[in-house]
Design a protein around this ligand. Sequence first.
Ligand SMILES: C[S@@+](CC[C@H](N)C(=O)[O-])C[C@H]1O[C@@H](n2cnc3c(N)ncnc32)[C@H](O)[C@@H]1O
Length: 363
Amino acid sequence: MLIALPEYAKIHKRSGATLRRMAERQMFETARKIGRNWVIDSDEAYPVKKRDIKNPLTVVSLFSGCGGMDLGFLGDFDFMGERYEKTCFDIVWANEINRSACETYRINIGRHIIEGDVNNVMDTLPESADVVIGGFPCQDVSINGKMLGLKGRRSSLYTAIVEAVHRIQPKVFVAENVGGLLLKQNKESLDKILEDFNGLGYAIHFQPYLAADYGVPQTRERVFFVGTRSDISEFVPPTRTHVEPITAQQAIGDLEPMEADRDFSHIWSMANASGEQGNRRLAADRPGYTIRAECHGNIQFHYSLPRRISMREAARIQSFPDSFRFPSGLRETERQIGNAVPPVLAWHVAKAVESAIERSAAT
Ligand SMILES: C[S@@+](CC[C@H](N)C(=O)[O-])C[C@H]1O[C@@H](n2cnc3c(N)ncnc32)[C@H](O)[C@@H]1O
């Protein structure tokens, strides 16, 4: 008997949005769309994971920061009432130069992170891994930075990803950077990055992603480069999940009456109003603006309260679950949150990577 997908979701104790995403990815045999609604045969068994979690796909993570992208790749967290299920990935090696970010990573993701300059730890990379991921430092191509392109010391660090992929030959690699990399003035940098990535012999897919389209309450735009080895199926990017974006008020409204609480990172900068982006006030009925790392306390103002947003509010706007802890002080926490890939966006990319690998295994 055909029933509505939300009904099937209730029977299997899953969220309707999760099942809709699964249906769009053709994970059900009988699900189909009638008009704007999904229906499914009530007798269809709920799909079990093809890959045994005891035999996960291994991931090497470079420029791991506090672990935003890594959390997305692992899954198994909740955000705004949605469950982001455990993926098939396990992170076996990670590296980050910043001590405070490593501390945050250790208490939330795992103790495997190696603290130090990536150029000094390449010899500790595992010989093999299924996936290499990394959000390479972006300040030099960011529209908030000085636009030094690859002449900037930090952006040229993307070559560490090239080197890691060259050594490990993973099935897939994922490199993330600011959307500004696709601007005309950064064409030279983009061409060089693509030349180096293509030189690895991987098929490269890249495109901008608007975080708000995937359930992150923020207008952050980022580009993901996904390289697939010749024996791996084509990478199909995740489809947009939110036509109506989550607003700032929906994301942080419940924190309005809450007093400052250091343990919950509900602490805010007292910096006076300053020029440019530092003066922005959130609009209650829209997603937040891009949370920046190097804003020196000039983070956006709350939409209704006479203060800047707290670190916990910034973490929400970046889609970190409330269970994610930030043990550092205000300045370092601000940097870690602003630097992070929103976990929810990373999760969607991770699931699309998982699907490409699973499809290859099946053929
Ligand atoms: C864009 S952030 C990555 C954030 C991370 N992917 C996340 O989602 O949380 C880039 C990171 O590279 C780190 N980094 C910069 N130079 C480095 C180096 N030489 N070696 C290792 N890490 C470095 C920075 O400290 C920063 O945390």
